[in-house]
Design a protein around this ligand. Structure first.
Ligand SMILES: NC(=O)c1ccc[n+]([C@@H]2O[C@H](COP(=O)([O-])OP(=O)(O)OC[C@H]3O[C@@H](n4cnc5c(N)ncnc54)[C@H](O)[C@@H]3O)[C@@H](O)[C@H]2O)c1
Length: 278
């Protein structure tokens, strides 16, 4: 049996698709992977009863410090990042599942300051982003000139605020819904463009306002989400990638993203008081 005192203690905030996936996987494989669960919180506690052991259910999120988690994982909503992110960082590393929250410059500054002040790491999971650490390296070398990301999905896979996509019909084909800065796009599609937010965080010399995001509805994409990234560096350097992520109709999150979150969690062992793409 694994020595419990050596395991990384994990708190999960949110029990939707990603939260359930992570909770089940930590319970199944945690000790072998060096992890143990110390709490699960969901805004509706009833949803946890029966599937999460009673002693792991955290009734009030503000009581999270009592569980002494080493890392807290948010997988619910940007609002919770805004309200609790800096508090989480005062006592634990924090993996932010909804990085669109950082499109708000105040939240971004608050979290970076809290990480630096408390020496805790703000982890940004790469999710469906391919090459995030390469983008970050190019950014840090001062050679990143431009970055654009296009995300194409079946219209049933988008959750948009406003009426950008209220009138689609099956078979209509491809439709560009938005093209502009990721800063402007995040509030319109907070649950769909976390990949772009992660890219904007990696490319912090450009920032959310300087990275271009495009979302495309395509009724032909009944089995995949497609993420295209174009990076431009100095002296004619460029990289373009296309990632196809198998996804069911109506799914906001592609299947490969679940495994990607797990791998990201395994990296959260502490990288100092800074932002770290994992
Ligand atoms: N970083 C990435 O690449 C990536 C990928 C997929 C999803 N996400 C984000 O992760 C989060 C969870 O995704 P999911 O697929 O599990 O979503 P989900 O809709 O299945 O679950 C969300 C959970 O959060 C709860 N919730 C919703 N709004 C809330 C609020 N205002 N306060 C507290 N709880 C609230 C819901 O009740 C639900 O339990 C979402 O914000 C999503 O946008 C990020």
């Amino acid at each position: 049996m694994a020595d419990k005192s050596k395991l990384m203690k994990v708190g999960i905030v949110g029990y939707g698709h990603l939260g359930q996936y992570l909770v089940e996987r930590i319970q199944r494989e945690g000790p072998a992977a060096g992890l143990c669960l110390v709490f699960v919180w969901n805004r509706n506690t009833e949803r946890l009863r029966g599937s999460v052991p009673q002693e792991l259910i955290l009734e009030q999120l503000r009581q999270f410090t009592e569980r002494a988690a080493d890392v807290i994982v948010e997988v619910c909503h940007p609002h919770i990042v805004k309200e609790f992110g800096a508090q989480f960082l005062s006592s634990a590393h924090f993996m932010v599942g909804s990085p669109t929250a950082l499109a708000d410059p105040q939240v971004d500054a608050q979290l970076r300051q809290a990480a630096a002040h408390h020496g805790k790491t703000l982890y940004v999971p790469s999710g469906a982003l391919w090459g995030g650490q390469d983008i970050q390296r190019l950014n840090n070398s001062g050679a990143l000139k431009a970055l654009s990301i296009r995300m194409s999905k079946h219209p049933s896979c988008f959750r948009l605020s406003g009426d950008l996509l209220s009138d689609w019909t099956e078979g209509e084909g491809r439709r560009v819904l938005f093209k502009g800065s990721v800063a402007d796009l995040c509030p319109l599609a907070p649950n769909n463009v976390n990949t772009m937010a992660a890219a904007a965080i990696a490319a912090d010399s450009l920032g959310f306002a300087g990275v271009t995001g495009e979302i495309v509805s395509d009724t032909e994409l009944s089995q995949f989400h497609v993420v295209e990234v174009e990076v431009t560096g100095a002296s004619g350097f460029s990289v373009a990638t296309v990632r196809r992520n198998p996804a069911q109709l109506g799914a906001v999150t592609g299947r490969a993203t679940y495994g990607s979150f797990w791998n990201s969690l395994l990296c959260c062992e502490g990288h100092g008081g800074r932002v770290y793409l994992c």
